[in-house]
Design a protein around this ligand. Structure first.
Ligand SMILES: NC(=O)CC[C@H](N)C(=O)O
Length: 233
């Protein structure tokens, strides 16, 4: 399979995503500059990485969503392409309208950087098929604006369509005040996924606290692409 990782001005997790896709998963991976709108149909998954695109001015992701490549990402997603937005990438997906809801500043008003326990709510997505429903993943978060918000009707719709993919495992684990402890959601079609925690920062046991739970997210993507390839013969 082939990954694309988009770099925006201010991205700081793009090389980490490249490393996991290319070195850990051993898949062909290309870096794309945000100014270059292009046909993305050759790629099997586009990664919008974490960071501080445009210095987080206005609102996180609010300027990056006007980057020329975002028109390409929207076309690609609308045609069923897999898109994962991690942290700032999630924020950009919200601002671009590819995922519902909005991000507010953490309720602590502080940038929060720590490991949290996440519960896999939906294991039947291209991004979580290597997990069990209810499984606990331990992943790091690092953000100032991760307080996910959606109105009541929107929340009902997320629940009804199984779009809540990962939640902070308990109220005490919630690092930002997100509604319903939401840490990551997908679109109705399940091909676009955004999450605040950073799976790319813990995909190898050699890193950090020896955990590699993030690997399951990338392995799920690979599994999904292989499976779909087999179905196409
Ligand atoms: N690591 C990230 O992508 C987090 C940065 C993010 N822009 C924030 O809310 O602080």
């Amino acid at each position: 399979m082939k990954f694309a990782v988009v770099t925006f001005p201010g991205s700081n997790c793009d090389q980490d995503c490249y490393h996991v896709a290319h070195e850990v998963l051993s898949q062909p991976t290309e870096m794309l500059w945000h100014k270059e709108a292009q046909d993305l149909s050759d790629y099997d998954c586009v990664i919008l990485p974490g960071g501080f695109s445009y210095g987080d001015y206005l609102r996180t992701g609010a300027i990056a969503r006007f980057s020329p490549i975002m028109n390409s990402v929207i076309d690609y997603a609308n045609n069923g392409g897999l898109v994962i937005g991690i942290c700032n990438g999630f924020q950009i997906l919200l601002e671009a309208g590819l995922l519902p809801g909005a991000m507010k500043i953490n309720d602590s008003l502080k940038f929060t950087c720590k490991y949290v326990n996440l519960k896999v709510v939906n294991a039947d997505t291209p991004f979580t098929n290597e997990c069990e429903e209810g499984e606990i993943l331990n992943l790091p978060v690092a953000h100032g604006e991760g307080n996910y918000h959606i109105d009541e009707d929107g929340l009902e719709e997320l629940v009804a369509n199984d779009q809540i993919v990962v939640q902070y495992a308990a109220e005490e684990e919630n690092p930002n005040g997100s509604v319903k402890n939401i840490a990551g959601i997908c679109n109705k079609e399940k091909n676009v996924f955004g999450l605040m925690p950073h799976p790319e920062r813990c995909s190898e046991t050699i890193l950090g606290n020896g955990k590699d739970d993030g690997y399951k997210i990338f392995a799920s993507i690979l599994e999904d692409v292989i499976k779909r390839g087999e179905q196409c013969g």
